[in-house]
Design a binder for this molecule. Structure first.
Ligand code: MSP
Length: 509
């Protein structure tokens, strides 16, 4: 058992969430639930990024004061996370005092130790990214991410001596094993970037009203990205809080669009301040719609509710983590979501559960039979034992698609086992009664293990399946590795068939 601290990016509240934001949060939730089920002491943080020009502009466009605007935006975000069954332990808003105070103290500390100095910035800025760019990074003079015109800034800024950290980043941080930055392609990307030379970076903006004042020069506010990154430690009660002492350094799940902030600037600032850098920064790919990064700005944003209404929360969570190799870009489409739902969930797992439970109802009055003499279940038993180590390794490595596939190996094996054993034939022959017990007990045992392995991804459906198997103590109270070993299903308990876990969806719907 160990300590596990996982975070999502904190989301800008200029608008409501879309499925791109939910992608990161669901993945972080799956990791958090997996670690809790393993018995790790786990802390899971998400929250909102509320300062900066972009949020201020959104407030003005709605003729609202930025504070009133951000307050009004919290509900829509929290609601989506509740609906998606997100089990975060904390939710930080950067407008909270518990953030502002320590964020100032952190910056003051860097200033006092000579890591921050006054200078002048001249160059492009993209408000949608809240990011300073080098001329060479623009594409046709536009922001490389948003494809829109940038602002031209010429202003007094305070600068952080990022350039001082290049040797430490290259010689120490990026050389660590296990790697701190993942997947490997992202590690290579940041190494290439840092080798290309690091410039000092702006940490303040003059004359913006909406932000945290720079403590030694309150005419400036802290540049939104700089204070936003600090949420990961202010939420833990940096510098003295117990949570900080227990859980830092942690793991940041992010999208690849914000890799440099997390894998270059953030570790560098922490190192300069004498703190530990993040243990892991894992950058996933983009959700694409018609081949482009989904975004509200480009009007391709889809609200999670649209999909939740049609598919339910379990299938929603399942789809995105199974369909896309975590780390790579992936396309979203309704067609592929319906296809996956029907093939894997309705016809695969759901059908297996309903078959096994109905046969226990029909042939054993709804009571789980004793396993008797061997009845060809050895292959299934082996597939359950083999799935566990692959599943654990994949989950630990954030390879959610592989972990799910390892569990679904059991579904395939169990469906094949039932077809081969043909319990409906055995049921007609009283001489085969004991073997029939073995077949149905084994199939139910496979379902029990599946409920455990798939719970981090599909908590509601797996808890229902668990209850349908008649198991009284709650699923999440078990320790995964111990509970997922073959042979623990108690005979004699009463199953309940209940409603189908995943009713088929007609393509036209
Ligand atoms: N506020 C900053 C993060 C500060 S963290 C200290 C920010 N916010 S954001 O709301 O614009 O986006 C946050 C994250 O949402 C992205 O990094 C990414 O994880 C996720 N995504 C937003 N759009 C996405 C896709 N189209 N696809 C996948 N993830 C996406 O940046």
């Amino acid at each position: 058992m160990s300590d596990f601290y996982i975070t999502t990016p904190i989301y800008y509240v200029n608008d409501v969430p879309h499925i791109g934001h939910a992608y990161t949060t669901v993945a972080a939730d799956v990791a958090a639930r997996f670690h809790r089920l393993k018995g790790d002491r786990t802390h899971f943080l998400t929250g909102t990024d509320e300062h900066g020009q972009k949020v201020e502009q959104a407030a003005r466009e709605h003729s609202m004061d930025p504070r009133a605007w951000t307050d009004s935006m919290i509900e829509p975000w929290r609601k989506v996370w509740t609906r998606l069954q997100i089990s975060n332990d904390d939710f930080i808003r950067t407008t909270e005092d518990r953030h502002e105070g320590p964020a100032k103290a952190f910056l003051q500390h860097l200033y006092d130790s000579g890591e921050i100095y006054a200078g002048e910035y001249e160059g492009p800025y993209c408000v949608a990214c809240e990011q300073f760019y080098a001329e060479s990074e623009l594409i046709d003079g536009n922001c490389p991410i948003h494809g829109r015109p940038v602002e031209r800034l010429k202003e007094e800024n305070y600068f952080f001596r990022l350039s001082n950290q290049a040797d430490w980043l290259l010689g120490d941080y990026y050389a660590r094993t296990p790697p701190a930055v993942r997947p490997e392609a992202r590690l290579n990307e940041v190494i290439g970037h840092v080798r290309g030379g690091l410039q000092d970076i702006s940490v303040s903006r003059p004359s913006l009203e909406w932000g945290i004042p720079v403590p030694w020069d309150p005419k400036h506010v802290i540049y939104v990205w700089i204070e936003a990154l600090q949420n990961y430690i202010t939420a833990l009660g940096y510098p003295d809080g117990e949570l900080f002492k227990t859980f830092w350094p942690g793991t940041h799940l992010i999208g690849k669009d914000i890799l440099r902030f997390h894998a270059v600037i953030w570790p560098a600032m922490l190192h300069a301040a004498g703190e530990e850098p993040p243990r892991t920064v894992f950058a996933h790919g983009w959700l694409l719609v018609r081949g482009e990064k989904m975004s509200k700005t480009k009007l391709t944003g889809i609200h999670p509710d649209q999909l939740l209404d049609a598919f339910g929360v379990d299938a929603y969570r399942y789809y995105f983590l199974r369909e896309i190799a975590f780390g790579q870009d992936g396309n979203f489409s309704w067609e592929s979501m319906v296809a996956r739902y029907n093939a894997d969930l309705a016809n695969g797992l759901g059908n297996l559960a309903s078959r096994v439970l109905s046969m226990i109802v029909s042939y054993f009055d709804g009571v789980i039979p004793e396993p008797g003499p061997a009845a060809g279940q050895e292959g299934l038993e082996r597939s359950v034992s083999d799935a566990l180590p692959s599943y654990l390794e994949a989950m630990d490595a954030f390879a959610f698609h592989e972990a799910i596939d390892a569990a679904f190996g059991i579904v395939r094996e169990a469906n094949g086992f039932i077809v081969a054993a043909a319990p409906w034939k055995m049921a007609k022959d009283p001489a085969q009664r004991a073997q029939l017990g073995t077949v149905l007990w084994s199939a139910a045992e496979a379902l029990r293990v599946l409920a455990l392995l798939l719970w981090p991804v599909m908590p509601q459906a797996c808890e229902r399946l668990w209850a349908q198997l008649g198991i009284k103590d709650p699923l999440s109270g078990h320790l995964l590795e111990e509970a997922a070993s073959w042979g623990r299903l108690a005979p004699g308990t009463r199953v309940s068939k209940g409603e189908a876990l995943f009713p088929r969806i007609a393509d036209a719907e």
